[in-house]
Design a protein around this ligand. Sequence first.
Ligand code: SF4
Length: 402
Amino acid sequence: MGKSKVSIVKTDPQPDFPAIRQAVEKAINLIGGIEDLIKPGKKVLLNPSWVAPPTEPEKGCITQAEVTRAVADIVQEMGARAIIAESAAVGVDSEKVIEASGYGQLRESGYEVIDLKKTAKIMIPVPGWKVFKEIESHPLVREADVIVSLPKMKTHDQTEITCAIKKLKGLLSDQYKRMMHQEGLFEGVVDLLAAVQPQLTIVDAIYCQEGLGPVFGKPVEMDLILAGKDLVAVDAVCGRIMDFAPEEIQLTKIAAARGLGTHKTEEIAIVGEPLEKVRRRFLRSIEDSPVQVEGFNLIHGGITCTGCRNTVMSALVDMRNADQLMYLPGVTVVTGDPAIPPFVPTESIVTVGKCVPEGKRGQRYVRGCPPNNVYVVQAIIGEKGKAKRMYAEGDLDSTKQK
Ligand code: SF4
């Protein structure tokens, strides 16, 4: 079998639409074109990231509408039907993201732009499943002849990076997005990849995020477009651009082990810009501005992985952004299975994640692997108040942890 081809194309700084279109075309040509995938009359689901505001391109959070438009134009010029569809994170109103970004204008000018949250739900079986025998998604996902993942390139507070594979969570119902965190995020996301099997990815790495991505990270302008038909290989290359070793990225490691692509350097052919020329070390989420408050303690066990470490850190940043740090003094957050000093009052302890042994979970336990940040925030606040959901469509009661 030949190597998986991944193209890297450099655009102009702060590129306009013609420059983006040119870069997308070049990235596609460098991987040998897409005529094998996109045929006249076929239904092509373009799946950008609409995770949450901020929506401004230079914040590097959601897939820039111009990148999606360039891909949609190319698909339609090939005689296929391009449908732009996605759902934002749990608690985030996708329509607000559409309105605040260029996607609303695309819709007005005739592009099909669909908020999946408003569509029916169906179950899709997962071949070779590890966590989910089937996943809850939407009819469009099953009906599409081709699925194209259009991610941003970012570091992530739970999975080291987010790119072509992780962004597919936007194809799930909110219920299953939550369940991913509770039942096992890494194998669960790879189940999702196995179920929907996108045939192509084009990465918007123009403005990216480092540190506490996928929403609160620091913007980084990279001016890159990448393309490839093996999503695992593309994510591995994006990881290497951000200066992660292939073995540091759990999702690509697991996906490769399950035969869904390759993450091995020797099995990937990079075409276009040489990797060395575009590599830039991205701040890891764990290195981003920690929150320190007197009287608040955080104890990680030896077994605690980056999932819970980053989740707790991200929850603390959420609290800082929501002016809720006053709830921290007197609280001890525990992950994994550490020895807890005897002087720590039991009622002050918030335990996080399924690695905490059952006998140590106590009253304020947040289940999940890793759990969602907002539930960690709520457990810290307890009866004293409500976790604020940034950009939420409802309050926490409407998205209760299942
Ligand atoms: S529950 Fe355990 S395995 Fe899961 S993210 Fe937390 S520490 Fe890692």
